[in-house]
Design a protein around this ligand. Structure first.
Ligand code: SAJ
Length: 433
């Protein structure tokens, strides 16, 4: 199929700053819809791959898309001057103290400002705390351009909602919300997204509200996961299967949304976004005790998985100092290769601190695996901790484990058959069951 090569027309030129999980899908969709797209990034190797139609992100959908559309790539932020719309899609992580790190957004805003022209629309897609566009991005754009937001250029926020690995929900069909610093910015951004996205676009009353939507929806998910993780630790002591109970509760057709306990919460969104709200609210004198408690609970789950491992080993008259632990999965969720904020890192650090020998294998993250196959990991392991429920691991059966003399299993995603494991005399512990 011939590549879609839109003609370069300033009125339909989009500059995407940041070509990762958020920026690259947006760039592809815009190119498909006839925009001339300038993709701006820092990693020249990745820029060259994209220019050649190769996706640096292991995502089959993205790879197919890039074969069909043409995107001009560059590491020169000055090229934003050619665009009518500029989308900031850079990472907004937290540092080792869980403090929001705006450095990528600040650098992008300064760099864009130096080449900003009158009449352009700047859209922030990166997840930021309520107030950040007005308090951080706008001043940097104005200072480095000498222009005034609202009068000379427009500024809006449309928080990204990418669900990595999902083929059902993509940048094309996920509904979005948009906020602007003024009615003109809002209107221009609404027109832009209505031209791209095949789903409802909701206009928020302010840019702060648009920022708050994303933080709220992901904090909602984090506290709900923390809730079932606390329930799981309580029900373990009562011999109640938490997963069965949640499935029972989910038969209620209204007012219940199931979440499931696990050995940890990872990803670039859920374990990160609440800290953006916690920090911004703290500056305003408000303490998000509940959000902080939920973060503490979820961050404690890798350690809880180790407690479950110790219990399983004791059942086999073993202990952490005389076994090799096989850890399955480095990616933060199944069937993707993304390891950002993966709870496996915390588990491995704690195992190391306890003097335990371990091997780790993830078929999608081979560069960080210590063995080259599941077979090799099983050969070397006396006990297993499953951290990521990749499809590749679903072939693990009690018979396979017995063959490899694996005596204990911690099922960090509650995906194995507990009864079958127990019947095979394998010490089994789930999370909450
Ligand atoms: N997790 C649990 N229990 C659950 C659900 C998730 O322990 O019931 C864990 C996962 O194992 C993972 C982490 O939480 O380690 C995050 O899981 P996730 O399914 O939320 O995956 P993400 O981080 O890719 O979340 C994305 C988010 N999208 C954006 O922020 C734009 C999130 O808002 C979506 O709700 C989520 O996809 C989704 O629904 O799939």
């Amino acid at each position: 199929m011939p590549k879609v090569r839109p003609r370069r027309r300033p009125s339909r030129t989009l500059a995407v700053v940041g070509l990762g999980y958020v920026g690259l899908p947006l760039a592809c969709l815009a190119a498909e819809k006839g925009w001339y797209v300038i993709g701006i990034g820092r990693d020249r190797k990745k820029l060259s791959q994209i220019a050649r139609g190769i996706s640096p992100i292991k995502d089959p959908g993205l790879q197919r898309w890039l074969r069909r559309v043409a995107i001009e790539t560059t590491d020169d932020l000055a090229l934003v001057q050619r665009a009518s719309v500029i989308a900031i899609c850079v990472p907004t992580p937290v540092d080792e103290h869980n403090t929001p790190d705006f450095s990528a957004v600040k650098n992008a805003a300064r760099g864009i400002g130096r080449s900003l022209r009158r009449g352009q629309l700047v859209i922030v897609e990166s997840t930021v705390s309520p107030g950040a566009c007005q308090e951080i991005v706008r001043p940097l754009l104005e200072r480095s351009s000498g222009l005034r937001a609202g009068r000379d250029f427009s500024l809006a926020h449309c928080p990204e909602r990418i669900d990595p690995g999902s083929t059902d929900w993509t940048v094309r069909n996920i509904p979005r919300v948009v906020g602007g610093i003024d009615p003109v910015s809002l209107r221009k951004a609404m027109i832009f997204y209505r031209n791209l996205i095949e789903a409802p676009i909701r206009a928020m009353h302010s840019i702060q509200e648009a920022e708050a939507v994303k933080i709220l929806e992901n904090s909602f998910r984090d506290v709900n996961i923390a809730f079932v993780n606390e329930i799981a630790r309580s029900f373990e002591r009562m011999g109640i299967d938490t997963v069965d109970v949640i499935r029972g509760a989910a038969t209620k057709p209204f007012a219940f949304l199931p979440h499931y306990p696990s050995a940890g919460v990872g990803g670039h969104c859920i374990p990160v976004d609440p800290y953006y709200l916690i920090e911004r609210a703290r500056k305003g004198g408000f303490d998000h005790a509940f959000l902080k408690l939920a973060r503490r609970i979820n961050n404690s789950m890798p350690g809880h998985a180790i407690e479950r491992l110790k219990q399983a080993l004791r059942e086999q008259r073993l202990n952490l100092r005389n076994v090799t632990v096989g850890v399955l999965g480095l990616a933060y969720k199944k069937n993707i290769s993304d390891t950002r904020e993966s709870p496996t890192y915390s588990l491995l650090a704690q195992l190391k601190g306890l003097g335990a020998d371990y091997e780790v294998f993830d078929p999608r993250v081979r560069t960080e695996s210590t063995v080259d196959s599941l077979e090799h990991l099983l050969d070397r392991s006396d006990a297993l901790v499953l951290m990521t429920d990749h499809d590749e691991f679903m072939k693990i059966t009690p018979q396979l484990l017995t063959r490899h003399r694996v005596k204990a299993v911690v099922d960090g995603k509650n995906v194995f058959d507990k009864q079958r494991m127990t019947r095979a005399r394998i010490a089994y512990r789930g999370i909450g069951r």
